[in-house]
Design a protein around this ligand. Structure first.
Ligand SMILES: CC(C)(COP(=O)(O)OP(=O)(O)OC[C@H]1O[C@@H](n2cnc3c(N)ncnc32)[C@H](O)[C@@H]1OP(=O)(O)O)[C@@H](O)C(=O)NCCC(=O)NCCS
Length: 155
């Protein structure tokens, strides 16, 4: 099987929505992904495809010299195979090529799997937003990677 990371297109939205719904308690509405793919000039959206099947996705926002990871997920049947890391690495490389220096994101306090992945890349906790997530009032942890270049050199 061969793994490919490519730009997300409108044709991927059905599968991307499936992955989003199965991965998050507050999934994005279809129009949000549609906006990212079709209308948002700041959006950098990628999918991971195993052979022809989309198994992971990431949406990031490129803002001046920063890449903000808006959402990232691997379909549960394909987790722990390095796909999340490949998506994140690809996003950081592409952002660096466009001039990004830092990366930011928010993650649920209880989402230890995602936090472990981000820490592997050198993201550190910078702060919290109390009760940020509407479904259960969970805090968001704000994480940042100060220098994307450092992690790319190490990987
Ligand atoms: C977070 C997520 C994207 C990781 O995707 P993945 O394809 O399984 O990730 P990888 O296989 O590349 O794992 C990368 C690292 O993440 C960490 N990790 C992933 N799953 C983990 C788990 N269940 N428990 C602990 N650490 C975990 C590990 O450090 C892992 O490295 P290792 O395998 O060398 O130990 C995936 O768990 C997911 O889709 N979760 C639901 C959506 C989500 O929470 N997204 C993040 C929102 S902020």
């Amino acid at each position: 099987m061969s793994m490919l990371i490519r730009k997300m297109t409108s044709g991927d939205l059905k599968r991307v929505l499936e992955i989003d719904k199965i991965s998050f308690s507050l999934p994005w509405p279809e129009r949000s992904f549609q906006f990212e793919v079709e209308n948002n000039p700041a959006s950098r959206s990628w999918v991971a495809a195993l052979d022809l099947q989309v198994v992971g996705m990431v949406v990031a926002w490129f803002i001046v010299d920063e890449i903000h990871i808006a959402t990232i997920a691997t379909h549960p049947d394909f987790r722990r195979q390095g796909i999340g890391e490949k998506l994140l690495l690809h996003t950081l490389k592409a952002a660096k090529d466009e001039g990004a220096i830092t990366s930011l994101l928010e993650v649920r306090e209880g989402n230890l799997a995602a936090q472990a992945m981000y820490r592997k890349f050198g993201y550190v906790e910078d702060g919290r937003r109390k009760g940020y997530y509407k479904d259960n009032g969970e805090d968001a942890i704000l994480m940042s990677l100060k220098n994307i270049n450092d992690v790319l050199e190490a990987k």
